[in-house]
Design a protein around this ligand. Sequence first.
Ligand code: SF4
Length: 443
Amino acid sequence: MAECIEQSRVACALGGIYTALAIDRVLPVTHTGPGCLAQAQGIFGRVNGGQSPVPFEESVVPCTDFCNTDVVFGGGEHLRTVVEKAIEYYDADLIIAVDGCTAEIVGDDIEEVADSFEGSRIPVISAKLPGFVGNNLFGHSQILKSIINQFLEPTNEVDPLQVNVFGIVPFYDTFWHGTLERLEELLIAIGLHPNIIYGHRHGIENVKKIPSAGFNLVLAPWVDLDIAEILEKKYGTPYLQFDNVPIGPTETTKFIRTLVEYAHLDQIAAESYIRKNEDRYYYYLNRQQPFIYSCKYVPKDFYFIGSASAAVSITRFMVNDMGSVPLRIYITDNVPKERQEAVRASLYDVELEDKDYEVIFTEDGGLAEAELRKEHESRSVIFGSNWDMLTARALECAFIPVCAPYGQTLLGTKNYFGYEGGIDLFSDYYGEISVNPQVAFIG
Ligand code: SF4
């Protein structure tokens, strides 16, 4: 762990409540200090593309406002009262009572509090999210484990074509919402029955369907593998890992063929889908060629600073489809030691002969800035979060935001998933290059 962390791109474990908030009508009740949620909001909310949870935005999430009296006398009864009031006044499908550092340190028994509401109008479960144990990815995992262990019921009915989607962490993956919508369309198009629990119209009914899946899909180099392993043990559901959210034709076509082979889908229909979409991708790229030719200079390499998941997606697209080369990749979301080699292997699994770039695991975003300011290749591109924009501008590098915190702007459904996402990233990339003073237009 770095001695000092600057420019954090993650929240503490309490940020895991955004996973609960991404499931329609799931309400977290926080047993924390009044400022804890604001800390997570600073990474995932307004500064991450103007995102706000629906229907329970941050300002209506009930909180015990853990204070001195709770530290001295214990805050369990205080939490019980707030949960009681939440059941009385809120219209929700599930309540998750979560704690933070102080409640964990004084030893409040939030599991007992949640259990005491058995049979209530709204089911209540609990999740421990102390920030001193881990970051928001740990918190995300804790929320999913609580749902699996305390809420899900086993089933005897299995739909072999149903696929539960994991690996995309809502709100932390800036583009999660649009990505999941496009992914759902693609999975339906190739003959699967996707079950996605986050986002618009995806709520508790989708959560309840998790045990009836034919398989679980993990779209990430390491996140949610623990969840897939638990589901395999508990319900016997096998899982397929594809190590990134595919961007562009090379990776998306590989993704579709992997699914077709794994789930024994209609190969002819899938190949026809691939042909149609690859053709469309290259049609739009060709339309933009004259614009690219008028740039004075096209960067040949890039830096990446951010999450492991985004790093693999961006690196695959930039190398395999754009012919660019990574110079250095900084992974800033504290990948567990035992998963780092797999992430590293994914980042070197590209169509490139000389893979002499470095992959650095550090939580310290300030380290990336310091190193880039000392030695950087001019006319490179930096992919990262809003933290990296000023560095990029100071170094006269082009900059593409791809990670949280994304910046104070409105995202809408923006995402870079699939063939369409490749067209959009291609356009954003050359659009940014064209306004960079080092490489702007000829004449
Ligand atoms: S680290 Fe602990 S005290 Fe700080 S915001 Fe997170 S839960 Fe609250």
